[in-house]
Design a protein. Structure first.
Length: 251
């Protein structure tokens, strides 16, 4: 099945998506390592939180941490912060937790919609969400939950495949999926997940639409920031702030 033949595979949700990520966990790090700039882009988005003093004394929620690539970016950029990393996939979390981490990092299994049920409670000074929002059934509910756990003035950085809306960027994304990602993933037995990956990006908000969604959820100072390289126009950082006075501006 190729994404440009008119096929429309069903998007994976909830338990089906978590199960697919469980299965893909063993090869996930290898696949993302083939993406030029993957880890550097995560660090860039983490820096865009604009937190001062290397995060000293702050609590940061890494929402949808996967195998820990986003957690590693946060730990490098904010070595003084306490980081709570959350994911719904047991397989992904097992891979993440097996890596060496500084004392301030802990992992919790939870869906983004049910944080309090898993004992994940605020207040947090910042929330970082990488490649999460197009994979949840109700992005608005997750944004509301994020707003609730943030301190007044707390920061949000969403690192996400959000297309610019230009036809050329959609074509590049589809070409990369067709020519590289899907053939490799299918050989590894994870074709369904990566077909979901392709379609979830195409069907999700454009960067501008997602920024409008964040504003509608009650966030202020919303900005859309591009990322360099082949992902320009494909991946963006959307940064925002919960209204109020709280976290000092470290930019």
């Amino acid at each position: 099945m190729h994404p440009d033949r008119g096929d429309h595979p069903t998007l994976l949700r909830d338990e089906d998506l978590a199960t697919a990520f469980d299965h893909a966990a063993r090869s996930y790090d290898t696949l993302v390592a083939a993406n030029p700039g993957y880890h550097a882009h995560l660090r860039r988005s983490a820096r865009r939180l604009g937190l001062s003093d290397h995060g000293g004394g702050l609590r940061v929620l890494d929402l949808g941490c996967g195998t820990g690539a986003s957690t590693a970016a946060l730990a490098e950029v904010l070595p003084g912060a306490e980081i709570v990393a959350v994911d719904a996939s047991a397989g992904m979390l097992e891979r993440a937790a097996a890596k060496p981490w500084p004392p301030g990092v802990r992992f919790v299994r939870s869906s983004a919609e049910r944080l309090t049920d898993a004992g994940v409670r605020g207040p947090f000074d910042a929330v970082f969400a990488a490649y999460l929002f197009r994979n949840v059934g109700d992005p608005d509910a997750v944004l509301a939950a994020v707003r609730e756990v943030l301190v007044p003035g707390g920061r949000l950085a969403v690192h996400e495949y959000t297309l610019s809306g230009r036809a050329v960027d959609r074509a590049v994304w589809t070409g990369v999926c067709r020519g590289l990602v899907l053939p490799v993933a299918t050989l590894l037995g994870d074709g369904d997940l990566y077909r979901h990956l392709w379609r979830s990006v195409v069907e999700f908000d454009t960067a501008g639409d997602f920024a409008a969604r964040v504003r509608s959820a009650g966030f202020t100072d919303v900005r859309v920031l591009p990322l360099p390289g082949w992902q320009t126009g494909i991946t963006h950082t959307v940064v925002a702030r919960r209204p109020g006075t709280g976290v000092e501006d470290g930019r």
